[in-house]
Design a protein around this ligand. Structure first.
Ligand code: PAY
Ligand code: ZN
Length: 314
C-alpha cells in the first residue's frame, strides 16, 4: 500500500503536491478527467486545468477559477475538493451524475501559481497576494491578477491600483501578465460552451456577482440575485454559516479589472465569486480543521448554481 501517495483533501497542499495530484487524478479517471495545459507563469511554471465531466456533457461548461490570490489557501483546497467529489460521486449521487452527464467543468486549481509557491517558501511571505512578476522600474514585485483583466481596466480612479508597490497593483497594461493571458486565451477559445464562471476567493463569507467596477446594475441583476440567494440558502442549510450576497461593488467594494467582470463582459451571463470562510477571526490563515466543513457547504452552493445554469440555459 502506497499511502504516501494518497492526496489529502483536508490539508493545504503546496504546488508540487497539487501538480502531481492533477496528473494522477486525470490518469485514474480518464473518462471523467483530463488535464489541459493553458500556458506558463512568469516564473515559467506550467499552468494546467482539469476538464471534468463526460463526453455527453461537453456542449455546456462552467469555468471555475481558484487561487488568484496567493494567500487565500482555502480556495485551491476547494477546487481540489470539488474534483474529488465529482469523480467519486459520479454514478452514485443523482445530483452530481446529472450535472456531469450534461455539462463539463473547467477547474483551474491555482491561477496564481508563482504567488502560491511564494506563500509556501520559507524565504517567502505567507501573506503574499499578487503574482511574482517584476514589471516596473520600481523595486517592487507583483501584479494583482484580479485587477489585470481587460474590462474597465483603466476606469478606476483609485490611485492605489497604479502603485507597483501596492497590494492591488493592476499591472502596466490590461492582460500584461502571462497568467492572465493564459486564462483569457483559454476562455476565448471555448467561449461558445462556457455558460458559467465561478471565482473562489477568501475571506468574508459572501457570494457576489458583477459588477465590481461600477454600482450600476448588470443587465440580468435580478436573476443573478435570485440565484445567489438560493445558493446561499443551500450553503447555510448545512452548518448555518451566514453569507451575504449581492453585486460586488455594493457588497464588498468597487474594484475594476477583475476576472469576473471580464468574463461577464465576454458574454458569460452566470458569473459568481465566492469569498469563503471566515469573517476575519483567522482570515487568510483559516485552520486546516475548517477545510472540510467549508468545502462541504460550498459544494451545495456550487451545485445549486450549476443546476440553475443547466436548467435555464438552452
Ligand atoms: O472579484 O474577487 C472579487 C471581489 C474582490 C476581491 C478582491 O479584492 O480582489 C475581494 C478580496 C479578495 O478575495 O481578494 C477580499 C479579501 C478579504 C481581501 O484581500 O480584501
Ligand atoms: Zn482574493
Amino acid at each position: 500500500k502506497h499511502s504516501h501517495n494518497k492526496h489529502s483533501y483536508t490539508r493545504y497542499n503546496n504546488w508540487e503536491k497539487i501538480a502531481a495530484w492533477m496528473e494522477r487524478i486525470a490518469k485514474k479517471y480518464p473518462k471523467l478527467v483530463s488535464q489541459i495545459e493553458i500556458g506558463k507563469t512568469y516564473e515559467e511554471r506550467t499552468m494546467y486545468l482539469l476538464k471534468v465531466g463526460t463526453e455527453s456533457g461537453r456542449k455546456k461548461a462552467i469555468f471555475m477559477e481558484c487561487g488568484a490570490h496567493a494567500r487565500e489557501w482555502i480556495s485551491p483546497a476547494f477546487c481540489q475538493w470539488f474534483v474529488k467529489q465529482a469523480v467519486t460521486r459520479y454514478g452514485n449521487d443523482k445530483v452530481m451524475t446529472k450535472l456531469l452527464d450534461n455539462m463539463n467543468f473547467y477547474v483551474l486549481p491555482v491561477f496564481n501559481i508563482d504567488g502560491y509557491a511564494w506563500t509556501w517558501n520559507k524565504a517567502g511571505d505567507r501573506m503574499w497576494r499578487k503574482n511574482r512578476a517584476n514589471t516596473s522600474d520600481s523595486d517592487c514585485i507583483g501584479v494583482d491578477l484580479n485587477r489585470n483583466f481587460n474590462l474597465a481596466w483603466d476606469s478606476d480612479d483609485e490611485k492605489y491600483v497604479q502603485e507597483p508597490c501596492g497590494e492591488i497593483y493592476r499591472g502596466p497594461s490590461a492582460e500584461s501578465e502571462p497568467e492572465t493571458k493564459a486564462l483569457t486565451n483559454f476562455i476565448r477559445n471555448h467561449i461558445s460552451s462556457i455558460k458559467g464562471y465561478i471565482c473562489v476567493h477568501s475571506y468574508s463569507q459572501m457570494l457576489m456577482f458583477p459588477y465590481g467596477y461600477t454600482e450600476k446594475q448588470a443587465p440580468n441583476h435580478d436573476v443573478l440575485n435570485e440565484v445567489a440567494k438560493g445558493a446561499v440558502n443551500a450553503l447555510s442549510s448545512l452548518y448555518h454559516t451566514k453569507y451575504t450576497y449581492g453585486a460586488i461593488a455594493t457588497t464588498i467594494y468597487s474594484c475594476s479589472g477583475t476576472s469576473l467582470d471580464w468574463a461577464y463582459g465576454e458574454g458569460i451571463k452566470y458569473a459568481f465569486v465566492f469569498e469563503l470562510r471566515d469573517l476575519g477571526r483567522h482570515g487568510f490563515l483559516l485552520p486546516e480543521t475548517k477545510i472540510r466543513p467549508t468545502c462541504k457547504e460550498t459544494m451545495l452552493a456550487v451545485q445549486y448554481i450549476a443546476n440553475h445554469i443547466l436548467t435555464s440555459v438552452p
